[in-house]
Design a protein around this ligand. Structure first.
Ligand code: ATP
Ligand code: LTN
Length: 347
């Protein structure tokens, strides 16, 4: 028994506890090769490594201009893409963020230990706020707090994301640390998991900026659901450089990007690709990249076509996931509430 008022630290990861993985993805519907290689591929692998929890973050989607009817449609698109890619509701918890109200509640509670100055430093806020035509919403500014709540509500240990989310994960670590310092050990300080190859897939037309649904060029963005012909065209017109060597290096952003893409699609090291294509022309290399990507994405596109029409089934899957998610998050929230001084004291 501990003395009253003395908090025993919650053992945040006992040796025999399973690794808990959490990640979220926006319901933009048009998921691209960057999302797939940087994140979705890791979600699928995560199911073999630990207890995986994945959610479609529809609450995040309202931080920029959106249409409610579209949102619902794109949510189904995104759900079907993830399932088609191999996210398996039998082996993970897969749900819609807005179905689990604990995320919203925790966002507000965590805002008490979030520094305004830290939010002000977020690159994504700066970039996205500059692009808004009508309204820069407070939701856009608060976006990282909601993202912290997503992860901290599950005491997740690991967060698979692409490189662009590094700063957001750093911030959620800071929020968890500050919470624990202020209210006693309650939350797990999570680690990011950023893949060594493919964490930042670049736009094929402008290899100095990341492939993106919102910021990039249409011709430079390969979508998971693109037809083989479209994929071939996009890779054929990919911007390279005036040199002739298929290797990574400064001034070779385009070729470096293609090397990373083909190495992930084929499941080999980039070095192996450089060896294989030594002396090859850029034209042949681009064609090989396109073929590898077509083979890589074809099963996903085919499976998507089967899954997407059955919205009732998608809803059923998401509801099962939400229930499992809620069971975990509500316990964490009960601890957080109690430690912050809400409701009657427990035990
Ligand atoms: P976008 O910029 O395309 O709109 P996003 O980052 O705003 O995407 P999500 O669709 O939620 O929003 O991203 C899902 C995951 O994909 C995140 O983990 C993100 O880091 C990753 N990701 C996004 N773009 C890339 C990219 N070009 N290369 C690698 N990973 C990426
Ligand atoms: N901001 C992320 C999406 C996201 C997320 C999360 C990722 C929302 N909540 C929790 C990991 C963990 C993005 O990719 N744009």
């Amino acid at each position: 028994m501990s003395a009253p008022g003395v908090r025993l630290p919650i053992d945040l990861r006992p040796v025999n506890e399973r690794l808990r993985i959490f990640s979220g993805i926006q319901p933009t519907g048009r998921k691209h090769l960057g999302n797939y290689i940087g994140a979705i591929r890791q979600y699928v692998e995560g199911q073999d490594r630990g207890e995986a929890i994945y959610c479609i973050v529809d609450l995040h989607a309202i931080s920029v201009a959106y249409d409610p009817v579209e949102l619902r449609e794109r949510l189904y698109d995104t759900a079907a893409i993830l399932l088609a890619a191999g996210v398996d509701p039998e082996r993970c918890i897969f749900f819609r963020q807005s179905d689990v109200r604990e995320h919203t509640e925790l966002t507000w509670l965590l805002s008490a230990v979030t520094a305004h100055g830290d939010l002000n430093r977020m690159h994504q806020f700066k970039e996205k706020s500059a692009k808004q035509r009508e309204l820069v919403s407070a939701a856009l500014f608060f976006y990282p707090v909601l993202m912290a709540a997503d992860v901290l509500a599950y005491r997740a240990h690991e967060v698979p994301v692409g490189d662009d989310q590094r700063q957001h994960v750093e911030l959620m670590r800071e929020i968890a640390r500050r919470f624990n310092e202020r209210f006693g050990e309650t939350l797990v300080v999570p680690e990011h998991r950023i893949p060594p190859v493919g964490a930042r897939i670049m736009d094929l037309q402008d290899p100095t900026s990341k492939m993106s649904t919102t910021g990039g060029s249409e011709q430079g963005t390969v979508y998971v659901l693109d037809e083989p012909d479209a994929i071939l065209k996009k890779f054929r017109s990919a911007v390279t450089d005036s040199g002739r060597e298929v290797r990574r290096g400064p001034g070779k952003e385009g070729i470096s990007n293609l090397i990373e893409i083909i190495s992930v699609a084929r499941g080999v090291d980039p070095e192996e690709i450089e060896r294989e294509f030594e002396g090859a022309g850029y034209g042949d290399f681009k064609k090989a990249v396109a073929e590898a990507v077509i083979d890589y994405l074809a099963p996903v596109r085919e499976r998507y076509a089967e899954l997407r029409p059955d919205e009732a089934e998608l809803e059923r899957v998401l509801a099962v996931g939400a229930e499992k998610a809620r069971a975990i998050a509500s316990e964490v929230l009960a601890d957080v509430r109690e430690r912050m001084g809400f409701g009657p004291a427990r035990g």
